[in-house]
Design a protein around this ligand. Structure first.
Ligand SMILES: Nc1ncnc2c1ncn2[C@@H]1O[C@H](COP(=O)(O)OP(=O)(O)OP(=O)(O)O)[C@@H](O)[C@H]1O
Ligand SMILES: [Mg+2]
Length: 231
């Protein structure tokens, strides 16, 4: 399965989500490759930190320039059960290819006044990708959530996603948590990080479950509301 993590905003948790989903998939015995399309190479560095500390399961990563993705992907799919593509926020051809070859796109979104505008940009690209990849399924997840989330904004996001075919909004929210940042810098997933942060683990595990359930629906406002005041 190929899962692309994409959106057009810088620094909102794409790499964090990519490496955590990759680790959970590897933990259940799947062979996983991370492809890092971002020139910053943060997923690649995460994988290297993991290797240096000899953490199992190993999760190999490759940094590929977007323009080479199309030519190289064929040689990689046969070697792995799952490929997680950490796409850059830039509007590159590589990101478009990453959407055209994926089974699923996970779209992190931050709740602020620009959420729906951000989503519109990614959805435009998803629609283009669906011309050649009609089965591409999109899972949107609210990330970097801080403090009290405005219900009106959550509802706008929910309504917008509800109108997009083959798209769902994860019924979980990834809150801003120091453990996620620290784990990432040590080459760990949140599930391996000590001291354990049970809330961060639960949120990420819910996201993992949502991406496994292809037919997840847009959650009710009350489902989302329980995250709105933070915990
Ligand atoms: N939910 C979170 N809570 C706390 N820190 C987070 C969270 N998600 C990401 N971070 C931290 O924020 C920074 C940016 O996150 P990340 O690298 O995952 O985002 P990105 O969208 O891939 O960014 P970039 O545009 O640099 O590729 C990192 O330091 C990461 O550890
Ligand atoms: Mg990144």
């Amino acid at each position: 399965m190929i899962i692309t993590v994409a959106n057009n905003r810088e620094g909102i948790g794409r790499s964090t989500i990519a490496v955590n989903i990759a680790t959970l998939r590897a933990m259940v015995g799947r062979t996983v490759l991370l492809i890092d399309l971002d020139p910053k190479k943060s997923s690649l560095e995460w994988s290297r930190a993991r290797d240096s500390a000899n953490i199992q399961p190993q999760i190999p990563a490759r940094s590929i320039m977007g323009k080479h993705l199309e030519a190289e992907i064929g040689g990689m799919v046969s070697g792995y059960n799952d490929i997680l593509i950490d796409a850059t926020w830039r509007n590159t051809r590589g990101v478009q290819v990453a959407l055209e070859i994926a089974d699923m796109v996970v779209v992190p979104v931050v709740v602020d006044g620009d959420s729906v505008e951000d989503l519109k940009q990614v959805v435009r690209r998803i629609k283009v990708a669906r011309r050649t990849n009609p089965d591409l399924w999109a899972l949107v997840v609210i990330t970097h959530a801080e403090g009290v989330l405005p219900i009106s904004e959550l509802d706008k996001i929910r309504h917008y996603i509800g109108k997009i075919p083959s798209a769902a909004l994860a019924g979980t929210v990834i809150r801003k948590r120091g453990a996620l940042q620290q784990a990432f810098s040590e080459g760990l997933s949140i599930f391996e990080y000590k001291p354990a942060d049970p809330l961060a683990m639960a949120e990420m595990h819910d996201l993992y479950r949502a991406q496994k359930r292809r037919h997840a629906r847009v959650p009710s406002l009350s489902q989302l509301q329980k995250y709105a005041d933070g915990s």
